[in-house]
Each structure stands twice: as structure tokens, then as C-alpha cells.
Design a protein around this ligand. Structure first.
Ligand code: CTP
Length: 403
């Protein structure tokens, strides 16, 4: 899945012959799962029609400060458009538009929106080769980059004038991958790997029965999503769970028992930067699982249990540079118990989950946690959705990695 999936892209089109390529550009953005709105300068409509772009983007195209609909005049709010966008791209960007962007000459909706936009702005110039190397254009390109905008350079090739040189609009597929790579490389966990455990474990009693718990896996799956959204490659080792993974950067490893989870975690742990163990691992398992279904015979049945391996503690023993985070589910003496676990298992942080808090628990969508670091600093969070709790946890970890 593309990093652009679910993102809002504002495409500004200016009056160059390469504007005809923006039909394909819009298609590629939509295909990548992005939402697209288009702003055109009035003159760009001579090169491609708004109808083509509104059909492909599935949104009305904007080009003037207001639109006449019968007797009504509708204001196109450039501030709203600028705030709506996660990313703005101006392609093709003509010499005229580049110069206006540089000098704040705000005589059309596109420039007004550009000046209002708070999101990252990309611009892909396209013009004839002599225009491209003219000091005026070179100055515009430099100034816009100094403003923090990102240049998607023009390429070399045959130009509309028949001349051959630098000035061609980068191909739409290259513009999309340029933006994807740029966004990915600016993410704080880009190039890093994260191990996460989630869900319950099932410990077999016989071929049809097991000892398990009510963990849904939701919290761990949300943490996996939050880590992937920060650019990490995630190994999500999960016990049986109905939760689903959609991001391509999350590799799901399904396990059933604590023993299988232990093996999978030890396999991935050496290569990760961060490990977050949120699974509700069974502490005990039947000493011997019956080979055949246990028949109902006696009035009572005793199952002898033995401890499972403590995965978190075992990683604490072998840990080198990894930032290791555990979870503590407590019902009493919460802070003391959680801090004791943090020390005993050689962790860098622990997330305390108190079952006493209403709205915090296994199959709910909300949770209330306290983040405790190695220095025993406690950061309590409000009751939040599990996806927001996951973002809080990842942010605390990022702060620690930066420190
Ligand atoms: N954990 C683990 N392997 C186990 C048991 C627990 O990796 N066999 C991890 C959990 O994923 C969690 C942390 O240890 O991150 C704490 O789990 P918890 O059940 O709260 O604590 P325990 O250490 O098992 O202690 P107790 O049950 O006595 O509170």
C-alpha cells in the first residue's frame, strides 16, 4: 500500500503544455488511495479541461475565487483548501507561477491557496530549456526551496518547442514515487524495524480445548499501525485475533502458544530498534497436553500446569541497543508493581494498564495507560481510543530515542 493512501492531495495546475499529463497524475494519486482536489489557474484550462480533472479526481475543480451557480455566487475559500491538504503539489509549475509564488503575487486562487497552505508543498517545473536556465527561473527555484518547498526537478528530453534539453515535466509516475520516497524518508522511524506482540496465547489442554484469555489484540494492532505510520517496518507477532492488518509495512506473524510466540520474538528481536510486548501471554500451560480428547469421566478433573517462558524477561536478558517496552496489567498497587516489573525484566519503559479504570480493558476500543520510563518518570494519559493511546506510546518512545 502506498504511503499516500488516505492522504489529501491538492494539485495545482498551471498553464503549460505539460498540463495534459496531469490527467494521468490524478489517476495515479487516486490509484494510490489518496483523495485529490484540483486547483487550476484560469489559463491552464486551455491545455486540459476541468471536466476531465473533476471526473478523474471525483471532486469539483476550483479555479476562481468564486463560482456562479445560477443566481448564487459561491466563495471558493483558499484558506480552507490550504488547510484541507496533507500535501500540495504544483505541476506543471510554469516560470510565471514560480515567480508569483516567490514574490507572493496573489492574483489567482492557486497562489492564494499556496500562500495559505500549511502542509508540505512540492513543485514540478516544466518549461522550455532556455526559460529553465534563465537566472530569473534559477532564482525562483532557489528561493522556493529556501522557503521549505520541495523541487521535483524537470527532466531532459524533447520539449514541446522541438528543442531538446532540460525542462520536461517529470513523468507522473516519477512524481508520485518522488513524493512517496520523500515522505517516507522524512518519517522518524524510516529504515527502522519494530517488533510488537499482540493478542492472547492459547495453551492446549487436548486437541480441542485450550487455556486462553479475553485479549482481543486491538491494542497491539493499533501500536503496529502507529509504528508503521512513523515509517517503521513492523513485525507483528500475534496470538489468535480477529484484528486485521492493512499496511504493507506490517508483517503479521501468527502464533498460537506462548512457546511459539517466544520462538518468533527471538527470531526477529536481534534486528529491531524497538520491541513492544503488549500480548497477554499465558503465564502457565498444561504440563502435558492430552493427545486425544479428554473424556468426561470423573466428577472433577485436575490439570497440572507449568510456567511458560517469560518472553519479555528473556529479551531483557539478551537486549543490546534495543529499546524494550513491556505492558503491565495490574489490579492493585499498580505503580509499584509496574515499576518492579520494569526493573526485574530490564526494560526501558513499561505501559501500565489498570483494570480498575472504567473503559480500560481487553475487548474495549478505549484504554487508559500510564507510561513509566527507566528513570521511573510516570506520564499518565487520559482515557482515549486505543489508536490514540498507541500514538501516545509511540511518541513517548520517540522522545526517549531522541534523548
Ligand atoms: N509477558 C511475556 N511472557 C510471558 C508473560 C508475560 O512476554 N510469559 C509480558 C507481557 O507481554 C507484558 C508483560 O510481560 O508485556 C507483563 O505481563 P503481566 O501478565 O502483566 O505480568 P507478569 O510478568 O506475567 O506478572 P503477573 O502476571 O504476576 O502480574
Amino acid at each position: 500500500m502506498s504511503i499516500l493512501s488516505g492522504k489529501k492531495i491538492l494539485l495545482g495546475i498551471t498553464a503549460g503544455i505539460a498540463a495534459y499529463k496531469t490527467a494521468n497524475l490524478v489517476r495515479l494519486f487516486i490509484k494510490s488511495g489518496a483523495e485529490v482536489q484540483v486547483i487550476m489557474t484560469p489559463a491552464s484550462k486551455d491545455f486540459i479541461t476541468p471536466l476531465t480533472l473533476s471526473t478523474l479526481s471525483k471532486n469539483p475543480v476550483h479555479s476562481t475565487f468564486y463560482e456562479k451557480e445560477e443566481e448564487n455566487e459561491l466563495w471558493n475559500n483558499h484558506v480552507d483548501l490550504g488547510l484541507w491538504a496533507d500535501y500540495m503539489l504544483i505541476a506543471p509549475a510554469t516560470a510565471n507561477t514560480l515567480s508569483k509564488m516567490t514574490n507572493g503575487i496573489c492574483d489567482n486562487l492557486l497562489i492564494a491557496t499556496y500562500l495559505s497552505a500549511k502542509c508540505p508543498v512540492y513543485f514540478a517545473p516544466a518549461m522550455d530549456l532556455d526559460m529553465y536556465i534563465h537566472p530569473s527561473t534559477v532564482t525562483s527555484l532557489e528561493k522556493l526551496q529556501a522557503f521549505g518547498n520541495t523541487l521535483i526537478p524537470a527532466t531532459k528530453g524533447e520539449l514541446a518547442s522541438g528543442l531538446v534539453g532540460e525542462g520536461r515535466l517529470a513523468e507522473p509516475k516519477d512524481i508520485v514515487s518522488f513524493m512517496e520516497n520523500d515522505i517516507l524518508s522524512s518519517m522518524p522511524l524510516h529504515g527502522k524495524k519494530v517488533l510488537i506482540t499482540a493478542g492472547p496465547t492459547y495453551e492446549s489442554i487436548d486437541p480441542v480445548r485450550f487455556i486462553g484469555n479475553h485479549s482481543s489484540g486491538k491494542m497491539g494492532f493499533e501500536i503496529a499501525k502507529a509504528a508503521a505510520n512513523l515509517g517503521a517496518k513492523v513485525f507483528l507477532v500475534t496470538g489468535p485475533s480477529n484484528e486485521e492488518v492493512i499496511q504493507a509495512s506490517i508483517q503479521r506473524i501468527d502464533v498460537v502458544s506462548a512457546e511459539e510466540m517466544y520462538t518468533a520474538c527471538h527470531h526477529y528481536f536481534p534486528e529491531v530498534t524497538i520491541a513492544i510486548l503488549s500480548a497477554a501471554v499465558a503465564d502457565y500451560r498444561p504440563k502435558k497436553a492430552a493427545a486425544e480428547k479428554i473424556k468426561k469421566k470423573e466428577s472433577s478433573l485436575a490439570i497440572v500446569l507449568e510456567p511458560t517462558k517469560d518472553i519479555l524477561a528473556s529479551l531483557g536478558v539478551i537486549k543490546k541497543e534495543q529499546f524494550l517496552v513491556g505492558f503491565a496489567l495490574e489490579t492493585n498497587n499498580e505503580l509499584v508493581n509496574a515499576t518492579t516489573k520494569l526493573k526485574q525484566k530490564n526494560l526501558d519503559a513499561i505501559v501500565l494498564n489498570s483494570l480498575n479504570d472504567k473503559g480500560a480493558g481487553f475487548s474495549l476500543n478505549t484504554n487508559k495507560v500510564t507510561f513509566i520510563d527507566k528513570e521511573e518518570r510516570t506520564i499518565p494519559f487520559e482515557m482515549k481510543s486505543k489508536s490514540d493511546v498507541a500514538i501516545d506510546i509511540m511518541n513517548e518512545i520517540l522522545k526517549k530515542l531522541d534523548a
